[in-house]
Design a protein around this ligand. Structure first.
Ligand code: T3D
Length: 263
């Protein structure tokens, strides 16, 4: 029986999406791309899912593109990798960013190439102490993709981003946390329990507001202060129309914990 390239499970109000090609360190092939996009769509559409947890099976998170699908004769025509970015990687990163629910990534092991940048496209990134982030592209004559040239300089600054991309030097999980590239590092055994705890918490929170917060922070990367103030005005207006806002204020005034429904 063929194993599913991605597994999907809903528990405690959140979806766990696991990249599942452990023998290849969960490298991306077409099947895994297709299954991952499907899983993200499913989680987005299911109102009972109020947060997502992306992780990998086995000892790695994701080693980027499956290079065994990329061998071509030295005198053969080069593959059109612009087309694969357009068709597979770019829609994936766009979907993660546009998803109106929080996406937590638990980087359980090495994250290389597109694997590293897909992790960085998630909203909250936790990593196991043994994990490494590698901008492996330069080692095979490619350019960082999956949003890496956007997210890395913003997360760690241009000097570090350039050195990481030009040298392909692995970044330890601890270094990634110290640089602000990720949220937290945890001992390997604690990673999943911590990730599950955070997702279970997120799944009880005002989901619509969390989606708007995510959008506001993302859009700030390209807005000036005036545009951002306008955006905050519009999103606040929208948030205030949600039943969860009413519930939040009522709970505060009644000195009781809020019961958010995600509406
Ligand atoms: O092509 C396009 O469509 C454009 C998009 C490109 C996006 C990209 O991601 S390009 C970058 C591709 N990724 C890489 O270049 C990383 C290649 N992998 C590595 O450098 C290393 O495997 C790691 C640093 C990630 C981990 O090293 P290590 O020593 O922990 O493990 P390993 O022994 O190298 O790998 C374990 C197995 O996974 C091994 O298979 P084997 O020998 O046990 O049968 C290895 O071949 C396989 N594997 C790892 N990465 C890939 C892979 N197989 C296919 N593709 C991979 N990317």
């Amino acid at each position: 029986m063929e194993t599913e390239p991605v597994t999907y499970e809903v528990t405690d109000g959140y979806a766990v999406i696991t990249l599942n090609r452990p023998d290849k360190l969960n490298a991306f092939n077409e099947a895994m791309h297709g299954a991952l996009i499907q899983a993200l769509e499913r989680a987005e559409q299911d109102a009972a899912v109020r947060a997502l947890l992306l992780t990998g099976s086995g000892r790695g998170f994701c080693a980027g593109q499956d290079l065994s699908d990329r061998s071509f004769p030295t005198d053969g025509e080069a593959p059109d990798l612009g087309a694969t970015l357009e068709r597979l990687y770019n829609p994936l990163v766009r979907r993660l960013r546009a998803l109106p629910k929080p996406v937590l990534c638990a980087v359980n092991g090495v994250a290389a190439g597109a694997g590293a940048n897909v992790a960085l496209a998630c909203d909250i990134v936790l990593a196991a102490r043994s994990a490494r982030f590698i901008q492996a592209f330069c080692k095979i004559g490619l350019v960082p993709d999956s949003g890496g040239t956007y997210s890395l300089p913003r997360l760690v600054g241009e000097a570090r981003a350039k050195a990481l991309a030009l040298l392909g030097t692995p970044v330890s999980a601890e270094q990634a946390e110290a640089w602000g590239m990720i949220w937290q590092v945890h001992d390997d055994a604690d990673l999943m329990p911590e990730a599950q705890k955070l997702c279970a918490h997120l799944a009880t929170q005002p989901t619509r507001a969390l989606g708007l917060i995510k959008r506001a922070i993302q859009e700030s990367a390209t807005n000036d202060m005036d545009a951002q103030l306008d955006l905050e005005r519009d999103l606040q207006r929208e948030a205030a129309r949600s039943p969860d806002y009413r519930e939040g204020v009522a709970a505060f005034l009644e000195k009781r914990p809020p019961r958010f429904t995600g509406a």
